[in-house]
Write a protein that binds this ligand. Structure first.
Ligand code: TRP
Length: 344
């Protein structure tokens, strides 16, 4: 059994309202990696239910993430798109990892502290153990690279800690079975830089979020061209003209956000954008940003609507992806059973 050397795995939770932040912060990168890696992109429904989800919405949101993947340019034939719960090996390996990871390690996870807040005692056990499931997602394919946002960096480190401890705890059985450098790879994160942190269109100090009350604060991936243009036009700004140097954006979070979005959508640097628009009024800049956003995102929204009109078609793609994912995961899990000493 060979260790893969360029296998990418990543996942997005089906919790509704995919927006520009998800696109620029994650999915756009997923698309690019198809050129260089064997990619497995998952809709992580097992992760979503660590917080209660309405079953009908969960089903719809799962299809919506799948539709977004495809509409943004992920090829479900060359690569793999599927939903996590269809490949039982994720949950099986997660159990094993619950027994490898230490409570102290999980206690340090800042995302759990944030999500559980003051109601820690009332959070689900799943929310606490979530990073062990995430490690299982990655390692059940022995994936070598994981593109994620900044917020997942700590979970990736935990994944490496789990892989490392497993490799040490079972070193003898692993060597006996002929694996030279441990069984699990120490997976590398591909972290999207702060340049792709997309902020709210209403408040440049807050991240663009699916849970912000005002829909005007975000561009949803399902928005049509008119809606996108209106949201850009109404985005909060300040009264000054745009600066021609990056330093001039300091203390101007709304300006910085819009310039960052422009740069990311057009694959330019912030410097490039400022060189062109330094000294311009927002009205001029916003008009161009609106055209750019409509040209890049309008077709994605349209394609998503088209795919979502045929839920069976999406389910077929997910089922096919799950079969191909299982074909990779099953032999790896078989090998793990032997290493751990489960009768087989
Ligand atoms: N935890 C990730 C998030 O909330 C989603 C996720 C689950 C994931 N499993 C993963 C990301 C494996 C990368 C690799 O965004």
């Amino acid at each position: 059994m060979e260790m893969p050397h360029n296998r990418v795995f990543s996942g997005v939770q089906p919790t509704g309202n995919l927006h520009l932040g998800n696109y620029l912060g994650a999915i756009k990168r997923f698309v690019e990696l198809q050129q260089t890696h064997e990619c497995i992109y998952c809709v992580v429904d097992l992760h979503a239910i660590t917080v209660w989800q309405d079953p009908r919405e969960l089903l719809h949101n799962t299809r919506e993430v799948a539709a977004a993947y495809i509409s943004c340019g992920i090829d479900p034939v060359e690569h793999i798109i599927f939903n996590q719960s269809q490949v039982a090996e994720h949950a099986e390996l997660a159990w094993l990892f619950n027994c490898v990871a230490r409570i102290g390690w999980l206690n340090r996870m800042t995302q759990f502290k944030e999500k559980a807040g003051k109601h820690r005692e009332n959070a689900s056990v799943g929310l606490f153990a979530y990073p062990a499931l995430m490690a299982a997602d990655i390692l059940i394919y022995r994936a070598t690279h994981v593109p994620v946002g900044d917020d997942q960096k700590q979970h990736l480190e935990l994944c490496r800690d789990i892989a490392q401890k497993f490799n040490v705890d079972f070193a003898e059985a692993i060597a006996v079975r002929g694996h030279k450098d441990g069984f699990f790879p120490l997976t590398e994160p591909l972290i999207a830089g702060p340049a792709t942190r997309v902020m709210s269109l209403r408040d440049g100090a807050r991240k663009m979020s699916k849970s912000e009350a005002s829909d005007m604060s975000r561009i949803n991936l399902t928005d049509d061209a008119d809606t996108i243009a209106r949201k850009v036009r109404k985005a909060k700004t300040d009264p000054e003209a745009l600066p021609s140097e990056k330093e001039g954006l300091e203390g101007r979070p709304e300006a910085e956000n819009l310039v960052g979005i422009f740069a990311a959508l057009d694959d330019l640097s912030v410097e490039d954008v400022l060189q062109k628009y330094g000294g311009s009024q927002f009205q001029v800049f916003k008009s161009d940003l609106s055209d750019l956003a409509v040209s890049k995102l309008g077709p994605i929204g349209e394609e998503m609507q088209r795919l979502l009109a045929d839920p069976q078609g999406i389910d077929d793609i997910l089922r096919n992806g799950a079969e191909r994912a299982r074909a990779i995961a099953a032999p790896i899990y078989d090998e793990i059973r032997k290493i751990v000493g489960f009768a087989h």
